[in-house]
Design a protein around this ligand. Structure first.
Ligand SMILES: CC(C)(C)[C@H](NC(=O)Nc1cc(F)cc(F)c1)C(=O)N(CC(=O)NO)CC1CCCC1
Ligand SMILES: [Zn+2]
Length: 193
């Protein structure tokens, strides 16, 4: 099983290595890796397992964080009814997105970053993603709200992009604040304008 020791931290070149497209249908070993990634998120969100194996409560994980330069991401968030929603996305591509942007009011963190980094991370409010599932079936998914932010954070890892690469500085030259973004409260993950 994956534990925090398997996750590489900032400074490790693996986090800046662009991931390779995964051959479809998946090899057994790539399927196994994807399943271990989603299991890591399940364990991290189970208080007992998280305590027992000392896991951070992950909502998303990208293969490069395991020093595997492969286009595989796993996402596990709660839907509006508090039910877990899991996605394993192979070779995910954002094919279209909203013009609107959104961000988490409390900023973002990362399983590969062991320090708090202040600042807002602009994301698209809604995205359309083409990807393959574990069985090699092609699918087109739509994400919005908190889940869209997690998926964008993970797809960034496939391109060697860390969340803080996107933190905008207030444009002090013009002394103007950033253009209006929809703010997503971490708790209810509803878009609050
Ligand atoms: C870095 C860490 C803090 C562990 C973050 N977890 C997280 O936000 N958990 C969470 C959030 C809630 F709103 C409610 C809840 F129950 C648990 C996370 O997994 N990631 C994923 C990651 O590092 N992927 O590479 C960071 C998130 C920041 C924004 C999107 C993903
Ligand atoms: Zn991350």
């Amino acid at each position: 099983m994956i534990t925090m020791n398997d996750i590489i931290r900032e400074g490790h070149p693996g986090l800046r290595t662009p991931a390779e497209t995964v051959p479809v249908p998946l090899t057994e070993s790539h399927k196994e890796l994807a399943e271990k990634m989603i299991e890591f998120l399940r364990n991290g969100q189970d208080p007992e397992a998280a305590e027992k194996y000392d896991l951070r409560p992950g909502v998303g994980l990208a293969a490069p964080q395991l020093n595997e330069a492969l286009k595989i991401i796993a996402v596990r968030t709660m839907d509006d009814n508090g039910e877990p929603e899991e996605h394993i996305l192979i070779n995910p591509e954002i094919v279209s997105h909203s013009r609107n942007t959104a961000y988490l009011e409390s900023g973002e963190g990362c399983l590969s970053v062991d320090r708090p980094v202040e600042g807002i991370v602009p994301r698209y409010s809604r995205i359309k993603v083409d990807a393959y599932d574990l069985n090699g079936e092609k699918k087109r998914l739509r994400f919005r709200g908190y889940e869209a932010i997690v998926v964008q954070h993970e797809i960034d890892h496939l391109h060697g992009i860390m969340f803080y690469d996107r933190i905008e500085e207030f444009n002090d030259k013009l002394k103007q604040p950033l253009p209006p973004h929809a703010v997503i409260a971490r708790s209810d993950a509803e878009t609050v304008i």
